[in-house]
Design a protein. Sequence first.
Length: 152
Amino acid sequence: MKRILLTLSLLTAVLWADENPSHPLEGAWTGQRIVEGGKKIDPATAKAFKMVFRGEKVSVTTNAGEVNGTIQLDDSKNPKWMDIKLTMDGVVMTIPAIYEIRDGNLQLCHPEGEGGKRPTAFEVSDGVVLATFKHQEVEQAGAGQPATAPES
């Protein structure tokens, strides 16, 4: 019986994956290098900066704590657009960003704070944050992936 359930779980996961291909952004990303307003952030602080993307949801963790929100992508733009909406103390903050994924790295560029204009290039300048993140392998238990059952 356990083998039948495991087989059905695997089949369901394969069918789900075929119908719901994941975006390359999916998963966990750890900060590698962050430049704010032309000033490089301390490497230890950059590495404490983590982002986890699951569908349209994002979780951002820094030394100051964790904030959750949503993203909206427009991959038809060049560079690609990402609107990040984070909820902090009951207030929704929208950050217009550009992004690219290359060689296992995510490069994200956005204005400092809310309300700024979306950057048009991945360049360091006053009022702009340029961040590089490294993709991390994460366990996906409970995220549509089947659990393995012991042989009976």
